[in-house]
Design a protein around this ligand. Structure first.
Ligand code: C2O
Ligand code: CU
Length: 483
């Protein structure tokens, strides 16, 4: 099978054409239906017990490769309707402190789950209650923000789906959570972080799963319009998502509706989500989801159609209701630039100067002591390597309710999926990707690329970081103060 990457040059290509390098050219705003008033209002009071479990739930893991999970499940899933309230009691039964960050949800800042910044860390044996009403529909997730490479590496992440964005219900829905696991041949944990990985594109998992299964397979209604929610919950892995054997459209990015466009491949860094509308094939046939990022396409999931035909009409892509996130006023927006680079120092210069696959870089990085220097920086500032206990000064001071355009400049040879807490932004332009206009909470900035995002700032202290967890933990993190 030819790799689509070769055909498309590795870009998330879409119909809208934007000249590479052209910044500040806002394209037409999408035309999406508006949602009716939220009708929810149900209170979901629940417990999330973070605890240690045997490795048996993950393929090839030995029993003593301990998993850290919420409620004993891989990717414990919460499903609510827009307008509903979540009251979640986190019970920390882990041997170290933790907290829950609700990724992509525009929560009040006290509920954002960042230890030392928005709340005290939840120590072993302690509890903490999160309560909020998600203002937006979509596909979200939640995860620990403490010792992230290890806690998420051991499985501490869940899925949060906020319903209410479908003008017409789909015939079926699938949720595909992608995450790899760092296991050795005997099924024991490999180190969750390595100098070699942290200084470059990250340390990759060895066992690749979807919903905790290798070669995930499921059945789905035949000749149907279905929704597939894909979440990249891996700490490191890049995904060029594509579908074979069915017509597929992108209908949402990070939970926000986009004007549907045909899926060729869509590039997802860690923490990014995409929702697809797929017209399934006839009964007995299947369609497959692949990751085309690697040299050989990697089969993620196979869905086999069965049962009676659901529709005979021609497929028409189905837009979701427009996002409720405020839209920035670009003309009055204040502009700020953030440069993502290697930090000053030995390890950092190795990371910056050697090409991604250079074996010498690997040797040099391996020869350094673990965690002795920061590797990465934002505007030359490094998040301190000893965690959040010593809060560095904010990267920027913003004004509540004001519109901002951030220019994100990647000065490194590695892609960085950059996440901003508490805000939904619009992606205005990207110098090396041909992208439609879309909304997101995490944007992949390609090597040496400039990307512009716009948003309306909401009050609080918000983290701003690369979501390759080893980059985040090795300096590429900061915070913004909005008051
Ligand atoms: Cu998904 Cu700061 O994190
Ligand atoms: Cu990064």
């Amino acid at each position: 099978m030819p790799t689509r990457r070769a055909v498309l040059g590795g870009l998330g290509a879409v119909g809208t054409s934007v000249l590479a390098g052209s910044l500040s050219v806002p394209r037409a705003a999408p035309i999406l239906p508006q949602a009716p008033q939220a009708s929810g209002g149900t209170l979901h009071e629940l417990e999330l017990v973070a605890d240690e479990h045997s490795g048996t739930r993950v393929p090839r893991a030995a029993e003593d490769a301990k998993l850290w999970l919420y409620n004993g499940e891989l990717f414990h899933t919460l499903r609510i309707k827009r307008g509903d309230t979540i009251r979640a009691h986190l019970r920390n039964r882990l041997p170290e402190h933790t907290a829950i960050h609700w990724h992509g949800i525009r929560v009040p800042v006290e509920m954002d789950g960042v230890q030392y910044v928005t709340q005290p860390p939840v120590e072993p044996g302690e509890d903490f209650t999160y309560e909020f009403t998600p203002p937006d529909t979509g596909t979200f997730f939640f995860h620990s923000h403490c010792n992230s490479a290890e806690q998420i590496g051991r499985g501490l992440a869940g899925v949060l789906i906020v319903e209410g964005d479908e003008p017409e219900p789909f015939h079926a829905e699938h949720v595909l959570a992608l995450k790899d696991w760092r296991l050795d041949e005997a099924g024991h944990w490999l180190p969750f972080s390595t100098n070699e990985g942290a200084g470059r594109a990250g340390t990759f998992g060895t066992v690749r799963t979807v919903n905790g299964v290798e070669a995930y397979a499921a059945t789905t209604p035949a000749s149907a319009d279905i929704r597939v929610r894909v979440l990249n919950l891996d700490p490191t892995r890049m995904i060029d998502l594509g579908v074979e054997g069915a017509e597929a459209f992108v209908i949402a990015t990070d939970g926000n509706a986009v004007e549907p466009f045909p899926l060729h491949t869509w590039r997802m860094g860690t923490a990014m989500r995409v929702d697809l509308h797929v017209r399934t094939p006839k009964a007995g046939q299947d369609f497959r989801l692949y990751n085309y990022f690697s040299p050989e396409p990697f089969l993620l999931a196979r869905l086999t159609a069965e049962g009676p035909e659901q529709t005979q009409t021609r497929v028409v892509p189905r837009p979701l209701y427009a996002s409720h996130a405020p839209k920035a006023d670009i003309s009055s927006a204040e502009r700020k630039t953030f440069r993502f680079s290697a930090a000053a120092g030995a390890a950092a210069s190795i990371a910056a100067e050697f090409p991604p696959d250079d074996p010498l870089a690997r040797q040099l990085l391996d020869s350094l002591c673990a965690g002795n220097t920061g590797l990465w920086a934002i505007n030359k500032a490094q998040w301190p390597t000893n965690g959040h206990r010593e809060l560095p000064p904010p990267l920027a001071l913003l004004e509540d309710g004001r519109s901002y355009v951030f220019e994100l400049v990647n000065g490194t040879p590695h892609p960085h999926p950059i996440h901003l807490h508490g805000q939904t932004f619009e992606v205005l332009s990207a110098s090396r990707q041909d992208l439609p206009r879309f909304q997101a909470d995490t944007i992949l900035v390609q090597p040496r690329e400039r990307v512009e995002i716009a948003f309306v700032a909401a009050r609080g202290s918000w983290m701003f970081h690369c979501h390759i967890l080893e980059h985040q933990e090795n300096g590429m993190m900061g915070w913004l103060r909005v008051s």
